[in-house]
Design a protein around this ligand. Structure first.
Ligand code: PMP
Length: 463
């Protein structure tokens, strides 16, 4: 779509941003020192543009979310038409509006593939809120079942489940726990299935078993009858695109069944095609009782998230009267209308299948080229999510400067300078492009990473 370009006074916007706006997950002093944030003014397809004339290939799909790409008139129209008809009404007063009903039905259809019990949907506005819902829901479920002492949730170190108090407590990022605690009690963090860092050189099946044994040991340590649920992202995203070894998830599922523990999948990144299936757990062939989803649900066009809940749990909820939980914007009609239109695009354009059969394998193959680079310890991907691990010594997992976090930010900044938006997580460059990405754009992602690694190498070797 050709729209007239707006003229922004970028210097003035930067000044006002520094004066009044506090961006998310930011170092406010550093932003001041660098003269303020980059101001993104428009986007089309898989490309974003800033107000200073730069265009960047969006290797992160916004923040792991713009699955159908930018510039979709259809989604803008869905919001516009719904807002004119009914911009808002709540779901508190024994009331509902048409879009969330239709969206819940559509989500149920997608998530019940191979898991027919997953039929119900609770709406929220963000991934963090979805996980707040999850936490209250599973603990309440066990209370209603007459086992209130079953309230411990097992999560993984370095997991990301959001930034609200419950989200960050469920998450396993120690640097988040360190700020603004105390955390929500009753959450235990076990080993993550991060083979490159924690199981280097080990047989994948043996490493999977080590991780699963750690979960079982924790279950036994806290008492199996005290554990409410296990929560995990099918592939850990913000933790550094950690793709678990083959066999990990079926073993985790078996462990949950053995001890009668609920299995929760946080599908906030992996849902809606990212791993080449509608949901990431479907790739691993497991049957969670609860799933959280957001991001790709609306491709980020409007904020909306959902919690998928099994009929087994809903039958128990029915014995408890009001579930006194919910948000003003639960089931927001405009957000739900946009999500529905977004799912229609994913279906019509076959973007999930394309990720599975075409672009996902193409990215995996393109990344293998980087395996020959002297700075690359591992290049891995699944579907359209991937990571490149930067090491100081080929064939090892040793890091520059003898500690994590030196090479990642440097190479990330070079990638951005070279026209590719990616994220640096510790010493890996992670990517998660829109599902509309083309082969040519995938080649460009890999080329820019390679070029940036080449530019970084002398600086890193000089450390
Ligand atoms: N869960 C996962 C797996 C996520 O990746 C994120 C966001 N990156 C969240 C939860 C939190 O979502 P939000 O930022 O929308 O609150």
């Amino acid at each position: 779509m050709n729209r007239p370009l707006k003229n922004y006074d970028i210097a003035e916007l930067k000044r006002l941003d520094l004066a009044h706006h506090l961006p998310a997950q930011a170092d406010y002093k550093l932003l001041e020192d660098i003269g303020g944030s980059r101001i993104i003014t428009r986007a089309e397809g898989s490309t974003i543009y800033d107000g200073e004339g730069h265009s960047l290939l969006d290797g992160m799909a916004g923040l792991w979310c713009v699955n159908v790409g930018y510039g979709r008139d259809e989604l803008a129209r869905a919001a516009y038409e719904q807002m004119l008809e009914l911009p808002y009404y709540n779901t508190f007063f024994k009331t509902v509006t048409p879009p969330p009903v239709r969206l819940a039905t559509k989500i149920a259809q997608k998530m019940s593939v191979g898991n027919p019990d997953l039929q119900h949907v609770f709406f929220n506005s963000s991934g963090s809120e979805a996980n707040d819902t999850v936490l209250r829901l599973v603990r309440y479920y066990w209370q209603l079942k007459g086992e209130p002492e079953r309230n411990i949730i097992i999560s993984r170190k370095n997991a990301y489940h959001g930034s609200t108090v419950a989200g960050m407590s469920l998450g396993g990022m120690s640097f988040m726990h360190a700020q603004g605690g105390p955390m929500v009690p009753g959450i235990e963090h076990v080993r993550q299935p991060y083979a490159f860092n924690e199981g280097f050189g080990q047989d994948p099946a043996a490493f999977a078993q080590v991780c699963v044994d750690d979960i079982e040991a924790r279950i036994l340590a806290v008492g199996p009858d005290k554990v409410a649920a296990f929560i995990g992202e099918p592939v850990q995203g913000a933790g550094g695109v950690i793709i678990p070894p083959e066999g990990y998830w079926p073993k985790v599922e078996a462990l949950c069944r053995k001890y009668g523990i609920l299995l929760i999948c946080d599908e906030v990144i992996c849902g809606f095609g990212r791993l080449g299936q509608w949901f990431g757990h479907q790739h691993y062939g497991i049957k969670p009782d609860v799933i959280a989803m957001a991001k790709g649900l609306s491709s980020g066009y409007l904020p909306i998230s959902a919690v998928g809940v099994s009929s087994k749990i809903v039958e128990v909820l029915k014995t408890g009267g009001d579930f006194v939980h919910g948000y003003t914007y639960s089931g927001h009609p405009a957000a739900a209308a946009v999500a529905l239109a977004n799912i229609e695009i994913l279906e019509r354009e076959g973007l999930v299948e394309r990720t599975r059969n075409d672009t996902g394998p193409y990215l995996a193959k393109a990344l293998t080229r980087l395996n020959d680079h002297p700075l690359v310890g591992e290049a891995r991907s699944l579907g359209l999510i991937g990571a490149v691990e930067i090491v100081s010594e080929k064939g090892t997992n040793h890091r520059f400067g003898g500690k994590e976090g030196t090479a990642g930010p440097l190479v990330r900044d070079l990638c951005i300078k070279n026209g590719l938006m990616v994220r640096g997580i510790r010493d890996s460059i992670v990517m998660c492009p829109p599902l509309i990405i083309t082969h040519e754009e995938i080649d460009r992602i890999v080329d820019v990473i390679e070029q940036s690694l080449n530019e970084a190498e002398p600086k890193l070797r000089a450390l």
